[in-house]
Ligand binder design. Structure first.
Ligand SMILES: [Zn+2]
Length: 344
């Protein structure tokens, strides 16, 4: 088979560590949910939804996201959304996923935490059977929540451990800095949960320092603005705190002016533990194949460098060491097969 570099990049095995379940909803699925539930929405076609998923800035994006939250009036919808999200991941040869949901957004609409988690898990199980993809869940405490509300979510997780492996802090960081969440994060740590926070996306490097110092995070969601602070870049490198970078997301929300302007190349070259994810693939018109191809086209990442990014994903994953070794072995054997087939 004659393969070009793009085919090779698509074939690379990948890890997706930063993906929001609701931000992965297919426009067709959103439309069918709206129709089936008889909801009044400002759009009546897939084309109109796709057009609505275009933003001029971060605040605009959050508004679009919250609009979707309004249309999810039944926990069962999460099964289909999760299954389809994973079906899309597999098309990019993603083998392991850590997917996030934000119960705080749905509870005021009368949805139940346990039912949402069960519904997501049905989607995960079906996707595992059909595609072999492995998935764990992280729960976004939502930074606009009060500390009491965050603690309530931790109570719910405590009663329902399953495959919830981590907490996260998403939302508008420019409005709500991470510091006040120190107490819930400390409790999550004692509960054996891993800790991530979105930081350095819509706010400066101080937001990243605060997430590290106050929340004791193990990974940073985004971390784009770390480049403004050389001391922080050095610290991230020294401590090997993984960055879940989402280049296309950052382009769509105006965090960077172009992929060429994205700091991922600089961080990678300096030896930071850089990973790549698609964030809200439907809302940003992207997928993991596209993320890798953009890095190749715009920032000259070679196939071996992109494979390194996949391996970084395994290093940064919240999996035990034994599982990581198995994944590394299978990724390496896939790479060998790809090299043979593509005559690299
Ligand atoms: Zn995110």
């Amino acid at each position: 088979m004659q393969m070009d570099t793009f085919d090779t990049i698509r074939m690379l095995p990948k890890v997706e560590l930063h993906i929001h379940i609701l931000g992965s909803i297919r426009p067709e699925t959103l439309l069918s949910i709206i129709d089936a539930d008889g909801i009044k929405a400002p759009y009546t076609s897939v084309e109109e939804i796709v057009k609505r998923f275009e933003y001029t800035d971060f605040a605009n994006f959050i508004r679009s996201y919250m609009e979707i939250v309004e249309y999810i009036t039944n926990e069962d919808h999460f099964e289909r959304i999760t299954y389809e999200m994973l079906e899309n991941c597999v098309k990019s040869n993603v083998r392991y996923v850590e997917a996030s949901f934000s119960p705080r957004d749905h509870i005021p609409k009368g949805l139940d935490f346990e039912k949402i988690a069960d519904s997501i898990n049905r989607g995960i199980q079906r996707a595992k059977q059909d595609f072999g993809v492995e998935t764990n869940i992280r729960v976004d405490l939502v930074r606009s929540s009060s500390i009491e509300q965050a603690m309530e979510i931790l109570d719910m997780i405590e009663n329902k451990p399953d495959n919830i492996i981590s907490i996260d802090l998403g939302g508008n960081e420019a409005q709500d800095p991470p510091g006040p969440f120190a107490e819930p994060y400390m409790r999550a740590n004692t509960m054996g949960l891993h800790r991530v926070a979105h930081a350095g996306e819509a706010a400066g490097p101080d937001s990243i320092w605060e997430a590290i110092r106050s929340l004791d995070v193990e990974r940073i969601g985004h971390g784009v603005t770390a480049r403004q602070d050389p001391e922080l870049v050095e610290y991230l490198k020294r401590e090997q705190i993984a960055l879940e970078m989402c280049p296309v997301s950052n382009l769509r929300t105006g965090v960077v002016s172009s992929i060429k302007d994205h700091p991922i190349r600089e961080y990678f070259d300096k030896g930071l533990l850089v990973t790549v994810s698609s964030d809200d693939p439907s809302l940003f018109h992207t997928d993991m194949n596209n993320e890798y191809i953009q890095l190749h086209q715009q920032l000259a990442f070679t196939v071996p460098e992109l494979f390194r990014i996949s391996m970084n994903g395994i290093d940064a994953a919240f999996l035990d060491e034994e599982r990581k070794i198995q994944l590394r072995i299978s990724f390496l054997s896939e790479l060998n097969r790809i090299i043979k087939e593509s005559n690299l």
